[in-house]
Design a protein around this ligand. Structure first.
Ligand SMILES: *Cc1c(COP(=O)(O)O)cnc(C)c1O
Length: 363
């Protein structure tokens, strides 16, 4: 392990690429010969402009999107998007349609409910969110303004393996925990958003990638900072942006490009996930995966052991091996290993090896 760093399986804030952290460290006191750190320069300076616009361009390039899409940087986390989406799009008596596939999609729906515009279009709650609803389990209401889905369910460890067909109804996705983890036909989405602290940077930036035509006419009777077109009209510089966070997101995007882009990320992520799912599937029931097999996440691997005592022992012994952050969310219990883009293969291999050893010692 380099530089006294542990293998960090935290769900978010989460691991960042070591190269990116080192690069930021080397530039911290004197960014681009300005004699200042990037945290200290004006967000109206040419030095910052370059950082901002390069981050936007790299993200669009990675996603394979053209000029009909815009990248926005917003604050308030993904949770603020939950409220902004119905405010901006559930207009003229139309309703926001939601698929409930876990905690965050339910919270998104609740924000629409507060505004009196939420409709449940599908749910896997009955199955304790072990699966992603299938296409034929999603029923849009006749007055649907959009369909909102959460692509990767960070807490339950499930992920969509298909893009729902909405027959022309705009599709909106929360991709907080799997943004830029694999290629997809992103042009099928009208709006994608992500709190970047899971897979792309430090907390404080929400990345929004949106079809320009979808936000041309934001309603004018909602607060300026909650209108999407405030950000698009001013290149996300209407007010002071979270400049350091955006700088870090830009570095992570450049790092992903250097790794070979989203296809290369997807291949690595699939290999890593397979190590853990194989460890679960080959354990004769010692480890029990939470997610149904056809809905398993490539980013968050959730599993339980026979009882809570054994689970606590697992967490404690893993920590001694520098395998940190694997205690699951209280609503699922058990373990959750978050294996985002920045988690190296060796880290996941170390966890898989530990799982095998722990099983043998505790059968
Ligand atoms: C963490 C998370 C959120 C909440 O993000 P905040 O930025 O903390 O508001 C929303 N959706 C998903 C899928 C998440 O993983």
């Amino acid at each position: 392990m380099k530089a006294n760093r542990v293998y960090n399986f935290n769900p978010g804030p989460a691991i960042l690429p070591l190269e990116v952290l080192k690069e930021a460290q080397s530039e911290l006191l004197n960014f681009n010969n300005s004699g200042m750190s990037v945290m200290e320069i004006s967000h109206r300076s040419p030095e910052y402009d370059e950082v901002h616009n390069k981050a936007k361009a790299d993200i669009k390039e990675l996603m394979g999107l053209g000029d009909d899409y815009e990248v926005l940087f917003i604050q308030g986390g993904a949770s603020t998007e939950f409220a902004m989406i119905p405010m901006n799009f559930a207009l003229d008596g139309k309703k926001g349609n939601y698929v409930l596939s876990g905690s965050f999609s339910t919270k998104a729906y609740q924000e629409a409910e507060i505004q009196g515009v939420g409709v449940v279009a599908g749910s896997s709650k009955e199955n304790n969110f072990r699966n992603i609803p299938k296409q034929d389990e999603i029923k849009l209401s006749a007055d649907a303004a959009y369909l909102h889905i959460c692509y990767n369910n960070t807490i339950y460890g499930t992920e969509y393996h298909y893009i729902p067909e909405t027959h022309g109804v705009p599709l909106i996705a929360d991709m907080s925990s799997d943004m830029l983890s694999r290629p997809l036909d992103f042009s099928r989405f009208s709006l994608i958003y992500a709190g970047v602290q899971k897979n792309l940077g430090p907390a404080g930036v929400t990345l929004v990638v949106v079809k320009k035509s979808f936000i041309e006419n934001s309603p004018e009777n909602i607060p300026t900072m909650l209108r999407y077109n405030t950000y698009s009209k001013k290149n996300s510089l209407y007010n002071t942006p979270p400049a350091f966070g955006i700088y870090m997101v830009g570095k992570v995007a450049a790092w992903i490009k250097k790794q070979g882009g989203l296809q290369a990320m997807a291949e690595k992520n699939a290999q890593k996930a397979a190590l853990l799912y194989d460890a679960i599937d080959n354990s004769n029931g010692f480890y029990k995966g939470h997610a149904d097999k056809d809905s398993r996440s490539f980013m968050n691997v959730t599993f339980r052991l026979a009882n809570e005592e054994l689970e606590a022992k697992f967490v404690a012994e893993a920590k001694k091996q520098q395998l940190c952050g694997i205690k699951g969310h209280r609503s699922v219990g058990g373990m959750r290993a978050s294996i985002y883009n920045a988690m190296p293969y060796e880290g996941v291999k170390a966890l898989a090896d530990f799982m095998l050893k722990f099983k043998e010692e505790n059968l």
